[in-house]
Design a protein. Structure first.
Length: 130
């Protein structure tokens, strides 16, 4: 019985980690607010770079994966620093040609609650390359 109580206390002192995704979607515009149809965008999140393509309406969708590992014995300040540095970079860079857009990574907003649909975890954001 004493062993069960000890195991229960030990496991409850550790924070639980988690992982998931959210999406960024919208329309891509160029000079004079022209819709950029069927173009390739380079999306850099941390060390990973992917190419996505807009559709015939200039619409795009970016899948952003996030991770929050178990806190274990780390202090909260150190844990938050590691989240940013190792798992969830502060910014997402989107490039088209020689133009680059930097947007904030909103993983904390979409990772802090339970959402029931993809629409609830989608950030509607148009991009303008001017």
């Amino acid at each position: 019985m004493a062993i069960l109580i000890f195991i229960s206390l030990a496991t409850s002192s550790f924070g639980r980690g988690g992982a998931g995704v959210y999406y960024i979607s919208g329309t891509v515009y160029g000079k004079c607010h022209n819709v950029l149809k069927n173009i390739e965008l380079s999306v850099k999140i941390g060390d990973s770079t992917n190419i996505i393509k807009t559709n015939e309406f200039g619409q795009f969708e970016i899948k952003v994966e996030w991770m929050s590992p178990c806190i274990s014995s780390r202090c909260a300040k150190r844990h938050k620093k590691h989240l940013r540095k190792l798992f969830n970079p502060m910014f997402i860079y989107i490039s088209y040609g020689d133009k680059k857009i930097k947007i904030k990574n909103l993983w904390e907003k979409y990772g802090s609650e339970y959402f029931e649909s993809k629409d609830q975890i989608t950030w509607k954001k148009d991009l303008e390359f001017i």
